[in-house]
Design a protein around this ligand. Structure first.
Ligand SMILES: [Zn+2]
Ligand SMILES: [Zn+2]
Length: 237
C-alpha cells in the first residue's frame, strides 16, 4: 500500500461559479505544482470538461478520476466517481433526463465554458447547471451504485447544500462508504460531536473554484495502486 495525496473535488469553468482560469491544463498543472497524485474534476450536474482534463493529466502522469457533483431534489450536493469516463458518461445519460431544462443566463449566473484538451474554448453549456435535478438523494445514490460508481455526499458539515443542512441526517440504508468534510474541518472534533459518522471513510477536499484553492499535499489515501479503480474501491468500502 502507498499513501497518495488527493484532491477529489475541483470545479472547472463549466461550473457557473468556477473561475475562467479553471481550464484543463491550468488545473492539472497547478495540481502537479502542489504535489498531488490524484485529483477529480466534479462540475455541477455536468461532465463536459472531464475528458479534456483526463487527457491533459496524462502528459503529467496525473490521475484524473471521472466525477460529477450532483444537486439532488432536496438541494443536497452529492459527489459521484467512476473508474472510467465511459461509465461516467453512461451514468450521465440516464441522470440528465432529470434536468429541468432551464437555460443559463451567463450575465447573472456566470459562463459555463467547455474546453478541449488544449484549453481552447469549444462552446458553452446552454442549460443552467446550478439548479437542483428532479431526482431524490436516495435514487441518485442508487443510480450511481447501479453504474458501478462511488457515491460520496459532499461537504456534509457545511451549512448549505449538504446532508446535514438539507436532510438533517445521512440515511443508513444506502450504499455509501465515504463522506466528504469541507477543507479546514477538524476531523476528530467533528467525529466526537457526530459519532454517527465514525463508521464511514472520510475525505477532505478543496471544492476549488479557482486555482489558488486547489489542495496542498495535506490529505492522503492508502491505495494498492495509483489508479482510478483503486480509489473507487477505497471510496466504496
Ligand atoms: Zn457543493
Ligand atoms: Zn463543489
Amino acid at each position: 500500500m502507498h499513501s497518495y495525496a488527493v484532491d477529489l473535488h475541483i470545479h472547472t469553468a463549466l461550473s457557473p461559479c468556477g473561475e475562467e482560469e479553471m481550464t484543463p491544463n491550468n488545473i492539472v498543472n497547478m495540481a502537479a505544482i502542489k504535489g498531488l497524485d490524484i485529483i477529480a474534476v466534479t462540475d455541477h450536474n455536468a461532465i463536459g470538461n472531464v475528458q479534456p482534463c483526463i487527457e491533459a493529466g496524462k502528459k503529467l502522469n496525473m490521475v484524473v478520476v471521472p466525477g460529477i457533483e450532483i444537486t439532488t431534489q432536496e438541494e443536497v450536493h452529492l459527489l459521484a466517481y467512476f473508474d472510467s469516463y465511459q461509465l461516467l458518461e453512461e451514468f450521465y445519460c440516464t441522470l440528465k433526463s432529470n434536468q429541468m431544462g432551464l437555460r443559463n443566463r451567463p450575465e447573472i449566473f456566470g459562463k459555463q465554458l467547455l474546453f478541449d484538451s488544449k484549453d481552447v474554448i469549444i462552446g458553452e453549456e446552454e442549460l443552467l447547471l446550478m439548479n437542483a435535478l428532479q431526482i431524490s438523494f436516495d435514487d441518485t445514490v442508487r443510480l450511481i451504485h447501479q453504474f458501478g460508481g462511488a457515491a460520496v455526499p459532499a461537504h456534509i458539515n457545511r451549512s448549505s447544500f449538504s446532508v446535514m443542512s438539507s436532510l438533517g441526517f445521512l440515511p443508513t440504508h444506502l450504499p455509501i462508504g465515504c463522506v466528504e468534510l469541507f477543507n479546514g474541518t477538524e476531523k476528530e472534533l467533528f467525529l466526537s460531536r457526530h459519532p454517527e459518522y465514525k463508521k464511514y471513510r472520510h475525505i477532505i477536499s478543496s471544492d476549488a473554484h479557482c486555482l489558488a484553492n486547489i489542495m496542498e499535499r495535506i490529505f492522503f489515501v492508502e491505495l494498492s495502486s495509483l489508479t482510478a479503480s483503486s480509489l473507487i474501491q477505497w471510496l466504496k468500502i
